[in-house]
Design a protein around this ligand. Sequence first.
Ligand code: SAH
Length: 217
Amino acid sequence: MVDFRMLREQMVSEQLVARGVADDLVLNAMRRVPREEFVRPSSRMNAYDDHPLQLDHGQTISQPYIVALTLEAAALTPEDVLLDVGTGSGYAAAVAAEVVRRVISIERHAALAETARAVLKRLGYSTVDVVVGDGTLGYPSEAPFDAIVAAAAGPKIPAPWVEQLRANGRIVMPVGEQRFGQTLIRALKDPSGAIRRQTLGAVTFVPLIGEHGISDR
Ligand code: SAH
């Protein structure tokens, strides 16, 4: 029997705390979510490895550190409503749901969304809504959001996200059009509506495909 709880603790101390993740809300969330439930059955033993893993449809579940870094940068609080773009496995949505009040998670692949929805339901994540669609359009019916995070890289911050972000809201997304090597950025919307951008570091994500992202043609 593999002791996933021990692997999870080890992941938190060796991959997150050791690299400077310090937000206790995020660290405790990462201690609680069973990542092995979100990976393909053949990857369960590697669920806590320090790298991304393949999902179906050519997509990936992000490396644990990248999930933690993104959610820490989003400065989440328990009152927040979060838009999570790129549900994939649903793992990042589950970690976020351990912190915030509500998560709207949007995925363009209906089959991935369906699998994620089933896992989240089985594990009792009732505050996550998984929707199928183009996340570059945001999700106007549930806006405004306190934070928007993306697990896919686009050329620039989609304009609808800025519109759908509350004052003092945060966007964390990888920006860049290269297949390998983009920049993780944090954008803050100040009360006047102006956007202030900060660079967090070099990352590699799958492309953000959509109307305000990368064209699929
Ligand atoms: N957060 C996920 C990581 C998934 S990888 C996890 O924890 O597993 C990124 C996902 O973004 C992929 O599943 C991809 O299909 C999706 N994606 C890409 N462009 C998108 C868009 N415009 N809208 C919604 N999802 C998108």
